[in-house]
Design a protein around this ligand. Sequence first.
Ligand SMILES: [Zn+2]
Length: 454
Amino acid sequence: MTVLWARQALLADGWRTGVRVEIGTSGTIDAVVPDSPPEGQRIAILLPAPVNLHSHAFQRAAAGMTERRGPDPRDTFWTWRKLMYRFLDHLTPDDIEAITGCVQMEMLEAGYAAVAEFHYIHHQPGGTPYANLAELSCRIAAAAAETGIGLTLLPVLYRYGGCDRRPLGAGQIRFGCSPEQFVKLLDGARSSLAELPADCRIGVAPHSLRAVGPEDLAFAASLAPDSPLHIHLAEQVAEVEEVRAYLGARPAEWLLTNHAVDERWCLIHCTQLLPDETQRLAASGAVVGLCPITESNLGDGIFDGVNYLGAGGHFGIGSDSNVRIALSEELRTLEYSQRLRDRGRAMLGTAEYSTGRALFERAVGGGAKAAGRRSGAIRPGALGDLLALDGEALDLAGKTGDEVLDSFVFAGDDRMICDVWSAGRHLVKGGRHIRREDIVGRYRTTMTKLRARI
Ligand SMILES: [Zn+2]
């Protein structure tokens, strides 16, 4: 059993002091007792650690390499995607495992206890399946075995190059599966989790309404009926237009009309919604997966957080392209996008809670739900997904209650994070992952070789 004692902790029912937290060997919190005498590991500030609900780990390797204006007169998401696809011709299974390990380590150091990996590269360059159809899913699981992150693995069903069902383009050839292949791949991916701790789990991710047909979406949803179901919904204007041209409705409108969208669904991006779609999504119980840093980097647009949260909608945070892995910055970017658009302040705060508190607590709750993970708050029965902030950090010294989270989100950064536990596994100590040297060494070697090949 692990015993922690926190000078202040954000519990399910609010801030408490002198909190004793007991975590059992299964990784579940057994007891939470405020006003306790100090015993066990002393912590200044203890928070529930969020899930990073949307990642494509391999894209980290291209961070900083796609910021030059391309040959097209207007550089857009679609020119970025071309560069990303070229990159894909060179990635080996070892590369993917090494990059993913580094990404997961950085996520843990940023305060995320778990990740939902939206995993869509399945085959060899050229499109031939590996001898083990789920080879690359196994590599994601192997990375998680090393880093200890709580993994929700989301194998992606990807069939077409667009809504007109054109064949996959050269850059997409590693993604495609027939429904029969996908069933086998999902089984293989599920088996790969057998080596991981019991909190790791499987879900399903039909890629988008561009990449799967309506019958594929229904098929994917039927494969794992009790598991998380994630889909990219409405990120780009051109995507919305394409879906409307072929399905007769905008993506959110079509999905809400044709599927019983509920708590099992996680809808990624949603940067292109009309006001009534925002209201309907909020009422559905689904989680919207926001990736504010990537959405800024790609020029996707601004999510209508004010009306969505005002209507009681659930959201979580993902690092998507992993161009930068930074929990506090994701939340800050989300809030600042609303301020810049509406020319106001404290846009996502509430009458009861400060902006930092409202953002953090809702992102933690939504992320857990989207990952199908028994976490999201510090309470008995929840997984021990926890993070500790350094009470001596310049901007945290002397702060209590919601001001702690406001300082973390708006004045500080992830260097304030000193310890992180994933289902009780103590993986970050003193701000550094316990296997940092090995993981970083392998990543450096991988990247040197990869750059030479590209
Ligand atoms: Zn994505």
